[in-house]
Design a protein around this ligand. Sequence first.
Ligand code: P6P
Length: 359
Amino acid sequence: MHRPLGITVSRHIMDLQRLHPGATGELSGLLSELIVAAKTISAEVNMAGLADILGMSGKTNIQGEEVQKLDEFANNTIKNRMARCGYICVMTSEEEDDIIPVAEGYEGKYTLAFDPLDGSSNIDFNVSIGTIFSIHLRKSDLGEPPVGRRSTDTEEDWQPAYGKPGSAEDLLQKGNKQVAAGYIIYGSSTMLVFTTGEGVQGFTLDPSVGEFFLSHPDMRIPEKSRYFSVNEGNYSYWDENMCRYIDYLKEQDEAGGRPYSSRYIGSLVSDFHRNLIAGGIFLYPKDNKNPAKPSGKLRLLYEAVPLAFIVEQAGGRAVTGDGRNIMEIEPQELHQRVPLIIGCRHDVDEAEDFLNGKK
Ligand code: P6P
């Protein structure tokens, strides 16, 4: 199918909006504001080696992880921009213990969960890192639509909207209720990959014009994998079935496409992005390495769930390995961790068979 060159992400978002006659344009506006934040972070990440922006901030986050200066920059960039975008009622970030309220009078009908800079422990080694986001429609009542709201209003002119602030309940929703999800990967080029439920589209940033252009239309993950991505340093902490599965992938069976190649960057967005394009299965299973993290390391709301939406839209699967689909989990808390097995449909099915003892 002929596609005109130079489709911008803004054009694509408007095309999506036209697919929904009742659309108010608020999701389009939300995505557009998020994209401005992404461009801002991209510029900073690409300058990191030159500015005094590398290294630790001297703080730790709720995860007990040291916060990088770039982590903090990315978190503040998204938080401050989205708090006044007028399209969301509440946010949660990997970097913040509690929910993040939006500015009074700017309450909107969506919620935003995000990991501002995943893989940030790799920043100082120039390894690709990424921002991950997940958008739901709020569960609670928005209240009366705001009146007299113009972005040009000064604080004095401001007619307070009648929106109601959102709560954690608005954020704790299943992945299959997502309205949109995506990631930005800051690598050899900066790419935006997202879905609103009508397939997965990839855009590459042209820094010379500051615009994302469609570069990977209608992304589909291959049915079967070539790569497995797992931290084998945790092998001795896994249960027996997980060890058997990884051993199986490394056996010689050329007719069956084995052994697989091992590719593990240690940056979730980078590992996921490669697997989405080339085919692969990523695993961060539960392990007995850290009693405080019996469900593995990765978080449900702003890592597993958005990537699960993307991979399912691209024809793949995302599961926990103990019989649950990521998209069907009822979240219990904002920073809940979950085992994650995500990638090509054939491979996730096969991994599940090993993990539940069927194979
Ligand atoms: P490990 C990065 O810190 C991260 O959260 C993900 O991006 C990545 O997949 C995972 O942790 C790597 O964890 O234990 O293998 O170093």
